[in-house]
Design a protein around this ligand. Sequence first.
Ligand code: UDP
Ligand code: MG
Length: 136
Amino acid sequence: MSNLEQTLSIIKPDAVERNLDDEIKEIFKSKDFIILKEKKIQIEKSEAEKFYKVHETKPFYNDLCTYLSSGPIVVMVLEKENAVLANRKLMGATNPKDAEDGTIRKKYGISIDKNSVHGSDSVENAKIEIDFFFKD
Ligand code: UDP
Ligand code: MG
């Protein structure tokens, strides 16, 4: 049975800074993701804090929010069968050191914090995150 989903993807500042955004978009397209919406923006730290609120008690929260707001990012709505899980698999583990060959984080990630991409971790969170960036 078909299970078309949408998920939120972010190309993070470390990757945009290295001009990897087009290359990473091509990887998504080559894996049959449709880029339904996209925009290149820079967000305020207060917006990053809202986006990553789920992590507010973590020791890395402040640095994470400083980092996500430190430069331009590319925010995309990706569509594909089982897009949420497919994107998580294509991204690879949070720490690029642990990411499998062929994943985006293995190829481009610099460190656990500068790991090049974000992807929603559930269908429910994907809806919330898509709304966060694309609610008209
Ligand atoms: N992060 C970090 N240090 C850690 C764990 C996470 O800087 O020890 C950052 C990293 O950029 C990660 C983000 O916080 O992508 C969100 O963490 P999460 O556990 O949700 O990882 P993800 O879902 O991005 O794989
Ligand atoms: Mg996460």
